[in-house]
Design a protein around this ligand. Structure first.
Ligand SMILES: NC(=O)c1ccc[n+]([C@@H]2O[C@H](COP(=O)([O-])OP(=O)(O)OC[C@H]3O[C@@H](n4cnc5c(N)ncnc54)[C@H](O)[C@@H]3O)[C@@H](O)[C@H]2O)c1
Length: 705
């Protein structure tokens, strides 16, 4: 294998290009690291070289990281430690080269890729949206092991480094320059020239003279003073413990690696980093998180790319979702026309769009110009003027079948030949909606989650008459918008909301039966859900949840008959966060504590009330989800367990460290799932009756996977 080539120019600057053969992206596999190791020896011995530029030969990426398949293959800590130590040794050699080294970065620079760049003396990066720098190892349940926990804090300061290492989040050009992670920002076209110029300017000076964190003086002093530094670590640890609830060990290990490294300096720190990585790599949590990484990759890849080209989108309804959807399309370069019934609503939609653009600009994802240009691509209207040019209309009007049907036929009166109509409905039947259409093959569901800019999943809903071309076009479009599409068949609540809603209703039922608001939400948080079920109900809106639960009841029958409390609360004007009255009390947008007036709304006839243990709270909620998931597979709402797991992880944040709902079911074993369901069935009725496929799995000893 030859992944590296280099040329030396007349100034003695070697330009080293990394281009992994046969791959779209550069990865630091073991063979690559071996080759790099030998190459660095050669470079060090070459007396003609006065400086080095390290760049990628790939069009859109620098280095995406180490080889995840190798990390997945680590089953014992000795192997993990060896891998880390040998990587560290290569980068130590890179760092020790007797001439200045410059990493020229365009596109993702992740994990081991950033650790390589950190071992270089300087970094020049492009201001492109694709250029993102991150140490995402904690997201795979491990920590950086090629020196990242040691070099990053010294370069950008403790708090900036912890912010990256403990969360895995990406840093873009603006912030990279501000923190000192990048020495210079430039345009893609100028990258090589600027990197070369930097290497040339630094000739004779292999390392920058001042290796210290950038940023305000007060912050630096604060971080450098051993006493105040202790405080930084203490606060960081408290935050990590609060956020991970003991479910994710990697961030704590990363914190320890950074702390150890800053205290001891030099080789000892690196050895400790490798040890901590080695402990984590073989764990079940890490393996589960890696399988979630692969799920993400599966959804990103387009199995049947659609040739349909789209440039103009119409958005019908300028509410919360419409505004978010318009912003997303506009950011990705589509020309957007947005309609609502009056100018005030259109104005609100535009404001929502602008709010997201500004947020993205503040985060450094977009430059000011990109945000302005993006926003300029959206225009608003109260009629259908301009909709004749749309390649697609995404409908996000109120959740009402009659309104949706009339909006659909209004659009078709102006629509051009071939335009697709995609409804963002969260629960109404696409098949039924398409009955109002002259061309039902072009009617499809495109179900975004709230908030659109954050939630990665899109359910692409195939109605009975939706054509495969339309489904493929929407799946491809979703990927172009940076989302993860899953294709599901039409049915009440589709996939995600059906499973979610039953889980939420069970929480309300347990409340009726005597569990407290705190007990329910605490137990579910400890299990790993991103928020308690009752908090989530407040966020969604009790009015909306009530409506969806009625739709599910009509569609799925008696077994999912909602309890009385949800409807009672709705009738009493408890709508959740939006009107400050829900399972919790609110001051403005801030949640202040559980609202005990809810207990007074529990109708007397719900029977005896008893304390429910945290274990039962989790079991009932999660087993009910497993049961419904099994039914969705039986009914062919979705056809693969891995896609179902992905939908719940990326749609509602089912705890990634558990690897997925059905993976969790497999871990419990179908036999135990069935036994527990049957136990609950006896106590609480048919909503717990195990479905056929689960009984079969229990009998044969098989799993979903
Ligand atoms: N809010 C969520 O969490 C969420 C998530 C996923 C999907 N959805 C779905 O998205 C859709 C919109 O939800 P939302 O939360 O944005 O609602 P919303 O009430 O914020 O917005 C709906 C908008 O549609 C407008 N509207 C009504 N009739 C119209 C018509 N004939 N033509 C054009 N506009 C019209 C209303 O004026 C309003 O501005 C619903 O189908 C909902 O089920 C909502």
């Amino acid at each position: 294998m030859t992944a590296f080539t280099y040329e030396i120019d007349k100034d003695g600057i070697a330009v080293l290009t990394f281009d992994l053969p046969g791959e779209k992206v550069n990865k630091l596999t073991t063979p690559v690291m071996r080759e790099l190791d030998a190459l660095i020896d050669g470079l060090a011995a070459n007396k003609d070289i006065r400086g080095l530029v390290f760049r990628s030969g790939k069009e859109g990426n620098f280095i995406v990281g180490a080889d995840i398949a190798e990390i997945r293959g680590i089953t014992d800590s000795a192997a993990g430690e060896r891998l880390a130590r040998s990587g560290q040794a290569v980068f130590a050699k890179l760092e020790a080269l007797p001439f200045p080294t410059v990493a020229a970065i365009h596109g993702p620079c992740m994990g081991g890729g950033l650790e390589l760049a950190l071992a270089c003396a300087y970094r020049v990066i492009t201001n492109d949206q694709k250029t993102a720098l991150a140490l995402p190892e904690v997201r795979l349940g491990i920590i950086p092991g090629f020196g990242g926990t040691q070099r990053l804090p010294r370069l950008v300061g403790l708090t900036n480094a912890l912010d990256m290492i403990l969360t895995g989040k990406s840093v873009y050009a603006g912030k990279a320059k501000k923190t000192g992670l990048a020495d210079e920002i430039t345009y893609k076209e100028l990258l090589l020239d600027r990197a070369r110029a930097m290497a040339k300017k630094a000739r004779g000076k292999p390392r920058p003279s001042k290796v210290r964190a950038k940023g305000p003086l007060a912050k630096r002093v604060f971080e450098d003073n051993p006493l105040t530094r202790k405080l930084v670590f203490r606060i960081a640890e408290k935050n990590v413990r609060r956020e991970t609830r003991g479910n994710y060990p990697a961030p704590l290990a990363a914190l320890d690696a950074v702390r150890f490294g800053l205290a001891r300096k030099g080789e000892e720190g690196y050895r400790h980093e490798a040890k901590r990585l080695a402990e984590l790599a073989p764990t079940e949590v890490s393996k589960n998180l890696i399988s979630v990484f692969y799920l993400n990759e599966t959804l990103k890849k387009d199995p049947m790319p659609s040739p349909v080209r789209m440039a103009r989108a119409g958005v019908l309804g300028a509410g919360v979702m419409g505004g978010g959807i318009a912003q997303l399309f506009a950011e990705k370069g589509y020309i957007v026309r947005m309609k609502d019934i009056n100018a005030k609503a259109v104005g609100a939609g535009l404001r929502e769009g602008w709010k997201i653009f500004s947020k993205r600009q503040k985060k450094g994802v977009l430059t000011a110009i990109q945000a302005r240009d993006g926003f300029d691509r959206i225009t608003g209207t109260t009629d259908y003027a301009g909709f004749g040019a749309s390649d697609i209309a995404v409908e996000a009007v109120i959740e009402n079948m009659d309104v949706k049907k009339s909006v659909l036929s209004e659009f078709e009166q102006v629509a051009k030949e071939g335009a697709i109509y995609a409804s963002n409905t969260s629960s109404l039947s696409i098949t039924e909606m398409a009955k109002a259409s002259k061309r039902p093959d072009r009617v499809v569901g495109m179900h975004f989650f709230n908030p659109v800019e954050k939630m990665p999943l899109v359910e692409v809903v195939r109605g009975e008459k939706t054509s495969e071309e339309t489904v493929a076009a929407i799946a491809t479009l979703s990927r172009k918008l940076g989302k993860l599409p899953v294709i599901v068949n039409d049915g009440p609540g589709f996939l995600v909301n059906r499973i979610l809603m039953l889980y939420l209703e069970e929480a309300v039922t347990m409340l009726e039966q005597g569990a407290t608001i705190e007990a329910i939400d605490d137990a579910l948080l400890k299990f790993g859900m991103p928020m308690g079920a009752l908090i989530l109900l407040d966020e969604i809106g009790i009015d909306i949840a009530h409506k969806v639960s009625e739709i599910l009841y009509r569609g799925l029958g008696e077994r999912v008959k909602p309890g009385v409390l949800l409807g009672a609360l709705y009738k009493e004007g408890y709508f959740g966060k939006k009107n400050g009255k829900g399972f919790y009390r609110y001051q403005g947008r801030k949640r202040t504590g559980p609202d005990s007036s809810v207990y007074g709304r529990i109708p007397a006839h719900t029977g005896g009330r008893a304390v429910i243990s945290p274990e039962e709270i989790v079991d009932r909620s999660v087993l009910l989800m497993i049961k419904e998931a099994a039914l969705c597979l039986e009914e062919n709402i979705i056809d693969r367990p891995d896609l179902l797991d992905a939908s719940l992880i990326f749609g509602i944040g089912f705890p990634p460290f558990r690897g997925g709902l059905l993976r969790y079911a497999d871990k419990l074993g179908a036999k135990m799932v069935v036994e527990k369901l049957e136990g609950f069935e006896k106590k609480y009725g048919e909503r717990f009756t195990p479905p056929k496929s689960l009984l079969e799995l229990a009998k044969t000893g098989k799993g979903f996977y």
